[in-house]
Design a protein around this ligand. Sequence first.
Ligand code: SF4
Ligand code: MG
Length: 336
Amino acid sequence: RKIILDVKGLQTSFFTDDGEIPAVDNVDFYIREGEVLGIVGESGCGKSVTSLSIMGLVPSPPGEITNGEILFQDKDLTKLSEKEMRGIRGNDIAMIFQEPMTSLNPLFTIGNQLREAIKIHKKDWSKKQVQERAIEMMNLVGLPRPEGLMKDYPHQLSGGMRQRVMIAMALLCDPKVLIADEPTTALDVTIQSQILKLIKNLNERLNTAVLLITHDLGVVAESCERVVVMYAGKVVEEGPVHTIFKDPQHPYTKGLLESVPDMRFKKERLYSIPGNVPKPGTIKTGCKFAARCEYAFDRCFVETPELYQTADDHQTRCFLFDPKEVQAHDRTVVKS
Ligand code: SF4
Ligand code: MG
């Protein structure tokens, strides 16, 4: 499958009184046509700034893309004017957010907002065509009795139904890429799972590539093929989902995996990685995870690890996977 979105060396910084703060620090990843790629990490790891960078929505000032390329169908999105980006947003690349209440206007009915969204793109359509399309979209995302629901206001719908409406709006123009930033975080577990199934189902039916951003590896397990793990603005591990779950390499990924709720063992308290994500720009030397890493050794505090290729489709930013290190110390600690 062809690569549809190719992010290369992306650097997005915020300029503050303390100087340049790199929120996204030399990040590379790609999505193939029709693929579901997960980006996972705790909040503050740069996931949302990455998606805003792709959409051309980094608040500027103080934010700015200072380096890198975002190639979409051979165009570098970082080079486009705001007017050109408006043509791409919503048409070729669409986005849904965590809390649909903030993206829906509380003063207008669902039908009104859907119809307006359709009319932006289909200016010559008749009232009847617009109405039929709205009903078709509501059916597509599994909303029951569309005619009745369209007369409702956003607050009359449940959180899960509102998110379905937002997905319908995002898919109106048949985008090539859908970016979903924590789309289920505000929902309870059963609804969460239904929305993920819907996204996966639409991905298969419409062949829309999906960039699914989440702090929860459990969400990734349900819906993604590949996953990129981010920590403190950097990619720390990338690989196929089944590999990452079976053989996580980066100590951070291992920590995230241990904090996935497992319904089979009713654990009383969920594990969480001790410590916090460092503020961007505060750690200048060494591995950014060192302060929280139970495997850290001397080198980790003075040198910065690169991404080591551990298999054709698997890479990890950790010295434990530096071939030199493995040779010198015969480190097997990660396999424990
Ligand atoms: Fe831990 Fe060192 Fe690997 Fe960083 S490089 S994750 S500190 S072992
Ligand atoms: Mg976020």
